[in-house]
Design a protein around this ligand. Structure first.
Ligand SMILES: [Zn+2]
Length: 428
């Protein structure tokens, strides 16, 4: 009898131990592949600066490549000294928050497929990755790849910080893409960014679900979002930007009161996030329902689909929890598109008096009628890498400061940064 009891106890212990072990394993997978955030990446040991050394240590191939990609995404701070900026008399000279800023995504191809990763392949497998060395790209694709910002390839977090410092922007509402197939890797970029630059970025989670295909959605569902947010609880401060309009050849229209979004609002509330939407046409009534139902959640919007006084103005009059980013300046136009260039942009803004006149005619009255709900922004960084150039940044803020300087003195600071802080729940 005693022997039987001992055997049973031993079995229970072993099963318990084994299950616990498996639990830990899946925790690691759930929480992402990176157990020690902020630790020095082993990947840099594998591939030194010259890309010569190749020692594989103990970490698996895929993890090593992701570490390498994330290190590259962060970059190195080598920003030239920032000269003191002297503003003309009629400029707004105070703090500035850009409330609409896109962060590029990491290359999401299979580990080993990107240029420069061959050395990993040969270090781990002792041979070249021939399969992936074929050059199947056509010219058009290559051109597009040059224009599209890609983190670690043509833009790094350190470059972005340098641009912001040179132009004199305090902070940006940064939309960090997080894809459902590599959430841990993409959230790791956010974590490291916030560890290094806690004052520069207000991180929003932008998590589309195959929005380029017809069955896709412009956001992941609430359960997936919950998992993404649980990787580093408290890391994100906002949810979005989510385009609510139908995407050509892709995701369907998603009104703010759609069941998919209604499922998400409790997650937003629990994680104390602000929501950032780009509404589609005629969604004011749907919006009204959501604003009324969620008075404790702040909603920020932008875009021509909702910018009219009888649209955004009417909603603002009734609800204090809706905010709007004014980024279609420069003659009420969006100039930061893929076909543009730094030279074209600088040229377009060379003589900006007439543009300024037009912008003030479009916006001034509306902004001053709702002095606590409009804010400045740029909508940079999403589709064209040149929009993150230092010269472009300087010109954008130069224009922004001139525009703000023309507003009623009681509104200037609110539009420049205070409303942005308030939208994020800060008391100002
Ligand atoms: Zn945007």
């Amino acid at each position: 009898m005693i022997i039987v009891t001992i055997i049973v106890l031993a079995l229970v212990f072993l099963i318990g131990f084994f299950m616990n072990y498996q639990d830990n394993e899946s925790d690691v997978v759930d929480a992402g592949i990176f157990e020690s955030p902020g630790a020095d990446g082993t990947a840099t040991d594998i591939l030194d600066e010259e890309g010569e050394e190749a020692q594989t240590d103990d970490i698996p191939f895929e993890e090593a490549v992701w570490e390498y990609r994330i290190d590259r995404a962060m970059g190195h701070p080598n920003c030239p000294p920032v000269p003191e900026i002297e503003y003309p008399v009629d400029y707004y000279k105070g703090r500035l928050i850009d409330s609409h800023f896109h962060i590029a995504n990491l290359p999401d191809s299979s580990p080993g497929d990107e240029e420069g990763e061959e050395v990993f392949y040969s270090a781990y497998f002792g041979e070249d990755n021939n399969e992936n060395n074929e050059d199947g790209d056509n010219d058009e694709e290559e051109q597009e790849n040059e224009v599209m910002p890609l983190l670690g390839k043509n833009i790094k977090i350190s470059d972005i910080v340098c641009t912001l410092e040179h132009e004199g922007t305090d902070k940006v509402f940064a939309f960090f893409p997080v894809y459902p197939d590599i959430p841990a890797q993409m959230v790791e970029v956010v974590k490291r960014t916030m560890d290094l630059y806690p004052e520069k970025f207000v991180p929003f989670i932008m998590a589309p679900d195959s929005d380029n295909s017809p069955g896709g959605l412009s956001t992941v569902k609430s359960s997936v979002l919950t998992n993404m947010l649980s990787i580093y609880p408290g890391l994100f401060k906002g949810f979005g930007e989510i385009g609510l309009y139908p995407k050509e050849g892709g995701s369907r229209e998603l009104p703010p009161d759609d069941p998919v979004l209604r499922d998400i609002y409790p997650v937003v509330r629990e994680n104390k996030l602000a929501v950032y939407f780009h509404p589609g046409e005629n969604m004011e009534d749907n919006f009204e329902i959501v604003l009324k139902e969620n008075p404790d959640i702040n909603f920020i919007v932008h875009g021509e689909q909702i910018e009219k006084p009888d649209e955004i103005g009417a909603l603002m009059k009734k609800y204090l929890n809706i905010y709007f980013t004014v980024n279609d300046l420069y003659g009420d136009k969006y100039l930061l598109h893929t076909q543009g260039s730094t030279e074209d942009f600088l040229e377009a803004l060379d003589n900006y008096e007439p543009l300024l006149k037009k912008d003030l005619a479009t916006w001034q009255k509306l902004i001053e009628e709702h002095p606590n709900q409009f804010m400045w922004g740029t909508d940079r960084g999403g589709i064209a890498v040149w929009t993150l150039d230092r010269e472009v940044g300087k010109k954008i803020t130069d224009y922004g400061r001139t525009f703000i300087g023309k507003l009623n003195p009681t509104v200037r600071e609110r539009f420049a940064y205070k409303n942005a802080l308030r939208a994020m729940g800060e008391e100002v």
